[in-house]
Design a protein. Structure first.
Length: 350
């Protein structure tokens, strides 16, 4: 009896992912408080390529709005969405848990505590107008600490970490870290507005500054996790079988967890606590493109990026003059989806 190999990345899905990213980039850049012609926006984005110069028909003012305000926010949304979706897919494979998600495992709360500590304790902080270089590292320290606590508590006195136990451990860790964050804020009330605005999730940037700060973390996370996509497929059969195939399960698992936590921390440091992206995107792709991680991980990068950029567009335009926090938008979309995934997982386990 032969074992069927997981399907690889099909060109049609790769093309669809790239098209989704390009469409999200154009739509997110074209619409907002000031609407811009979508065609002209697309031409200006093409003009970013070397040795390309086309007439977009946009005025100087419109080009300034696009390049200095709108496009940096859209690119940041693409990076954050890609990292959160990729981290969700990596956690689900590493833990063999369909409900694993940066938000539910306490990773986002740990990163949030790290960022809050930097904001309220730094005497030189100017709020959230620009991202200090040290913020992603503080978020990473909090994220790794949180996932370690969740992993240890998930043992529940034994080696078996069931999906329900792991999620309950993540809830407990999140509650503890949120309490620590609240205590910190009570002692620095002057930072309440900035921190709570950040906690609800936002992608407003100070130009390209936040994009440039987060970009190295996104590249490192992507390279590490994508390089482990075949190992992640092997991990799904169990540690004993993976060892017999020549894989070191714990080493691969720890590498994936650290890389996914780094990406989550970088995303949280600039966007706040945006939940459910790591559940919605990977699970939808599993249903449509199949469960193999060789296809799932790169597609999660592409469709996660497009998903969050479009969610940010909805957050900017659905509330009229008042912008809706993007975390609220993803929660409205993700909470029913999470219930559906939870019910499906329980039916499959029955």
């Amino acid at each position: 009896m032969t074992t069927r190999r997981p399907a690889g990345l099909r060109p049609v899905w790769l093309a669809a992912g790239v098209a989704a990213v390009l469409a999200a980039m154009v739509l997110g850049s074209a619409f907002g408080a000031v609407s811009l012609p979508a065609g002209g926006v697309a031409v200006e984005i093409v003009n970013l390529l070397p040795w390309v110069r086309l007439d977009s028909g946009l005025s100087e003012r419109e080009i300034d709005i696009l390049m200095q305000l709108r496009l940096p926010r859209v690119v940041l949304g693409l990076l954050v969405g890609a990292m959160l979706a990729l981290a969700g897919a990596a956690y689900q494979g590493a833990f063999r848990n369909p409900l694993a998600d940066p938000h539910l495992l306490g990773v986002a709360s740990g990163a949030g505590l790290g960022v809050t500590a930097v904001i309220v304790l730094s005497a030189d902080s100017d709020g959230l107008s620009g991202l200090p270089i040290g913020v992603p590292m503080a978020a990473f320290a909090g994220a790794v600490g949180a996932v370690a606590l969740t992993w240890l508590l998930g043992a529940a006195g034994g080696r078996d970490r069931s999906p329900a136990t792991l999620i309950l451990a993540g809830v407990a860790v999140s509650a503890f870290l949120s309490a620590a964050q609240t205590f910190l804020l009570q002692r620095h009330v002057e930072s309440l507005r900035d921190v709570f605005s950040w906690l609800l999730g936002r992608l407003s940037t100070a130009g390209w500054h936040d994009v440039l700060v987060v970009l190295p973390y996104a590249v490192i996370t992507g390279l590490i996790v994508l390089s482990q996509r075949r190992e992640l497929d092997v991990l799904t059969v169990g540690d004993a079988e993976a060892t017999s195939l020549g894989l070191h399960p714990q080493r691969s698992r720890y590498l994936l967890i650290i890389a996914a936590s780094l990406g989550t921390a970088a995303a949280v440091s600039v966007s706040g606590l945006i939940g459910f992206v790591g559940i919605i995107v990977p699970h939808t792709l599993r249903l449509l493109a199949g469960p193999g991680n060789r296809a799932l991980l790169p597609l999660s990068v592409l469709f996660g990026a497009a998903f969050l950029a479009l969610a940010d567009l909805l957050a900017r335009t659905a509330g009229g003059d008042a912008e809706i926090p993007i975390g609220v938008v993803t929660a409205f979309l993700g909470a029913p989806f999470f219930i559906l995934v939870l019910r499906t997982s329980r039916m499959a386990a029955a």
